[in-house]
Ligand binder design. Sequence first.
Ligand code: 4NP
Length: 149
Amino acid sequence: MQRILMVCLGNICRSPLAEGILRSKVDTENVFIDSAGTGDYHIGHLPDKRSIEVAKKYGIDITYQRARRISVADFENFDVIYAMDTNNFKEIVTLARNTTDAQKVKLILNESNPGKNRSVPDPYFDEKKGFEDVFKMLDKACEIIANKI
Ligand code: 4NP
């Protein structure tokens, strides 16, 4: 059983989409996927309406998700931790207890753009269009992740 955690800041916009998209591409009997945020602003909340909407447009339901904050235990519970942006990456690495933990943290867009260290832009303060762009970026990266599993 491979265990993958998707992480952004609020766990309401980007990482819920990454979780939903990857789930739609793998056999969830063999892969456990979850998401979390580095911040605590939205704990317990549903994903952002605009994330729910764009996911639904592509046939993916993310309304079962509730935001939570990443914790040190996640280094034990997951094999790979995908950060949506470079700030998330730094925050997560700060929580790492050792190099084994730290090596689990990757930037998700390095799957689709190896070595470029690109960030999924934070769409929270954007227009709706930002969510469509985020969906497409994550869909591409998740397709590559799914094919490697
Ligand atoms: P996310 O987007 O990190 O993709 O979930 C954000 C959601 C909320 C906030 C920032 C980013 N916020 O500042 O509340």
